[in-house]
Design a binder for this molecule. Structure first.
Ligand SMILES: NC(=O)c1ccc[n+]([C@@H]2O[C@H](COP(=O)([O-])OP(=O)(O)OC[C@H]3O[C@@H](n4cnc5c(N)ncnc54)[C@H](O)[C@@H]3O)[C@@H](O)[C@H]2O)c1
Ligand SMILES: [Zn+2]
Length: 673
């Protein structure tokens, strides 16, 4: 019983940290601590196989692909790697390999580049698409963004289909430049190069990505139609010749001792590289041996990642300060007597939240052990209690927001103390950026820099003030001409008649994204009904849990939030459902799997996808026997070929639109015959 409870708890913890790490790009644990949780879970599951849950994170890779991107099913699953932390771990790996293949083994040792994993597909020598790893099976389509990465060749001299895997990263120098620029603009700094690379690549606007100097190192040929090699190192040379930036300085070693020497060399010298590595990857070189060894659900058996140990040092906490983040979370930070760690001077360390401070019993003036795990902001590991002098001061989280002085709250089940005042200047800027974004009110011409100007000039103070902006207010702002001022005012005006879900999403209620907003809109029809909804009613909604319901209730409890909504109403912003997508559209594509491919004459890809989903269908990424039909436009490529091979029905845009106007599933099926 106790074991089962611990297993469940570990799963919750790991899922929580996965979300932070993969989706929000704001990790709270060092990799070492995270991996320890994972190790504990793996051990418990091995000892108690009957208790292993099917949804255990030990058999899954990475995070969930985000809905905001089109999804791509990987031709070759993009797996993870198992970890080694010591020479002994490496020797154990070596023994496993040799026992299994029972012949001579050669290893390739490569840098473990600390960035974001992507798969790139080329057809007929042209870059066709690129995806993030996602959950290993389904990734996010970030092709447009990848095209802005200069070290990715858009054309190669190879006609066969090839898929390569690599790591998108940002160099240390470029990371420094971007952060300097952020600082000048008064914007939030990025915690580390990995976060910056991940955040930049997963932007909806590829113009933004193009402004971030991303690079790639390619480290594997995942698939090559009609191309065969004997060894991994041969395939790397092949990729180099095609013009790919192959991960440099890799070495072929025969003995595990040579592997360890090479790793030790780079443990000492990695600071000299202009990019971050968080370890070294050891791979069996011979491809036939790889094939023989195979994979676990999560990683290949023929490779292992050696992670560099985190450097730790002793220092003193001079003070504890708090900062208000983007979502109102108030984060405590330790101000340290500066120490040198992993090549940089460290004078701050995150304390995460109230519980962390309590758990570790951290006080001002304490002597502590700090660690910088290469890829993460410095952390306080533990207090050295023997060195306490009696001058330590207990720290308490502020009862009021340090920026706006409104009372802070700590919601049930959450670790963060936060400011939930919608008019808090620290959050307002971020809130407005979210409000105007494409999936919310979709107001063109209001970039981050203009929003900052509008706030600085006191033209606006909250989201509702946007609707009072007149052309003469903005025409003289920096980088604003007559034309863009007119466009801006028009686009604000246009947004007044947006459907209700856009407004709800725009309010930025925690845990309520596009999907949650649509559920609220179609069930309540009017913002006033949502404001008055009871907790019970909210929890009853499909796909609404306690956390979401609580968050909605908390949000509308705030008088300031209600006032902003009143202001929006008075400005003429629509607060009622216009098209109740769920109710009025018959579910004529229910249970159907529909594949989109090529460029359609008038419909945008996303629109077509929405039309399919609104009718109960599923837009899927790849053609198989269970595909109902393929909607194909120009340059449809390999999916069209596959559909023809499998005898799957193919329709063009005209027929598709005709289908969408039918009344029942039977009519659709007849039409498809
Ligand atoms: N701190 C946290 O809260 C937290 C949360 C989740 C995951 N993590 C960290 O992430 C790790 C799991 O993430 P993961 O699944 O990405 O595994 P991983 O980072 O341990 O290793 C796999 C990744 O290494 C990359 N890589 C870089 N260079 C490579 C090379 N030369 N060859 C092959 N692969 C190379 C690949 O992109 C691959 O996806 C955990 O071990 C943990 O350390 C941390
Ligand atoms: Zn505040």
């Amino acid at each position: 019983m106790a074991i089962e409870k611990r297993i469940n708890e570990l799963i919750d913890l790991i899922n929580y940290h996965n979300e932070k790490y993969y989706n929000q790009d704001t990790p709270e644990l060092s990799d070492y601590e995270y991996d320890n949780l994972m190790k504990e879970l793996i051990n418990l599951e091995q000892e108690n196989p009957n208790l292993k849950r099917i949804d255990s994170p030990t058999s899954r890779v990475g995070g969930k692909p985000l809905d905001k991107f089109e999804q791509i099913i990987h031709k070759i699953p993009m797996l993870s790697l198992s970890n080694a932390y010591s020479d002994q771990d490496l020797k154990d790996f070596d023994k496993r390999v040799r026992d299994m293949v029972s012949e001579e083994v050669e290893y390739v040792v490569e840098f473990k580049i600390d960035g974001l994993s992507v798969g790139l597909t080329y057809n007929d020598g042209i870059f066709e698409k690129g995806a993030t790893r996602g959950d290993g099976v389904v990734g996010e389509d970030v092709s447009q963004n990848l095209m802005t990465v200069k070290s990715i060749p858009l054309k190669i001299d190879e006609d066969n289909e090839i898929v390569v895997r690599g790591e998108v990263y940002i160099s240390k120098q470029n990371f420094k430049n971007v952060n300097e620029n952020q600082e000048e603009l008064g914007l939030q700094l990025f915690a580390n190069p990995r976060n910056l690379a991940a955040g930049s690549l997963r932007q909806l606007d590829s113009k933004l990505t193009s402004k971030r100097p991303l690079d790639i190192f390619v480290f594997n040929l995942e698939h090559g139609e009609n191309i065969e090699f004997k060894s991994h190192s041969q395939s790397l040379e092949f990729l180099k010749n095609l013009g790919f930036a192959v991960s440099p300085n890799y070495k072929v070693c025969n003995k595990i001792e040579a592997v360890i020497d090479f790793i030790n060399y780079w443990t000492e010298n990695r600071e000299k590289l202009d990019f971050e590595i968080d370890g070294m990857v050891i791979k069996v070189n011979k491809l036939s041996q790889r094939e023989f060894m195979g994979y676990t659900a999560k990683s290949p058996r023929w490779a292992i990642a050696y992670k560099f140990p985190a450097e730790r040092k002793k220092t003193k906490i001079i003070d504890i300060i708090v900062e208000v983040g983007r979502t109102g979370n108030i984060t405590p930070t330790a101000v340290l007597e500066p120490v040198r760690l992993a090549g940089t001077s460290v004078s701050r360390a995150t304390l995460h939240n109230e519980d962390y401070i309590k758990e570790k019993d951290i006080k001002i003036n304490d002597t502590v052990l700090v660690q910088k795990a290469g890829d993460i902001i410095p952390q306080v590991i533990e207090v050295i209690k023997e060195e306490r002098s009696g001058e330590e001061i207990e720290f308490e989280m502020p009862k009021e927001c340090p920026v706006c002085n409104e009372p802070t709250v700590r919601l049930d089940g959450e670790a963060a103390v936060k400011c939930i005042n919608m008019s808090c200047p620290a959050q307002i800027r971020r809130g407005i950026i979210h409000f105007v974004s494409r999936d919310a009110m979709n107001i063109d011409g209001l970039g981050e820099s203009i929003i900052t100007l509008l706030l600085n000039e006191k033209i606006i103070e909250d989201i509702a003030d946007l609707y009072n902006i007149k052309k003469e207010d903005v025409i003289n702002l920096e980088r604003m001409g007559d034309k863009s001022a007119t466009n801006l005012v028009n686009s604000i005006e246009k947004s007044k008649s947006n459907d209700l879900w856009r407004l709800i999403n725009g309010l930025g209620i925690k845990f309520v994204g596009v999907k949650g907003a649509k559920i609220l809109a179609s069930n309540f029809k009017d913002i006033d009904e949502i404001i008055n909804a009871s907790n019970e009613k909210l929890i009853e909604l499909d796909e609404f849990g306690e956390t979401m319901a609580n968050s909605v209730i908390q949000f509308f409890k705030e008088e300031k939030n209600i006032n902003v909504i009143e202001k929006l109403k008075n400005a003429g912003v629509n607060t009622k459902v216009i098209v109740d997508e769920n109710a009025s559209i018959p579910k004529i594509f229910e249970g159907m799997k529909i594949v989109l491919t090529g460029t359609l004459p008038t419909l945008k890809r996303n629109d077509a996808k929405e039309m399919i989903e609104a009718r109960g269908g599923k837009a899927t990424a790849s053609v198989s026997k269970s595909t109902t039909f393929v909607l194909a436009g120009e340059e449809a490529g390999s999916k069209l070929t596959k559909a023809n091979e499998l005898g799957v029905k193919v329709v063009d845009e005209d027929i598709f639109i005709k289908l969408t106007n039918l009344e029942s599933k039977e009519e659709v099926q007849n039409e498809l015959l």
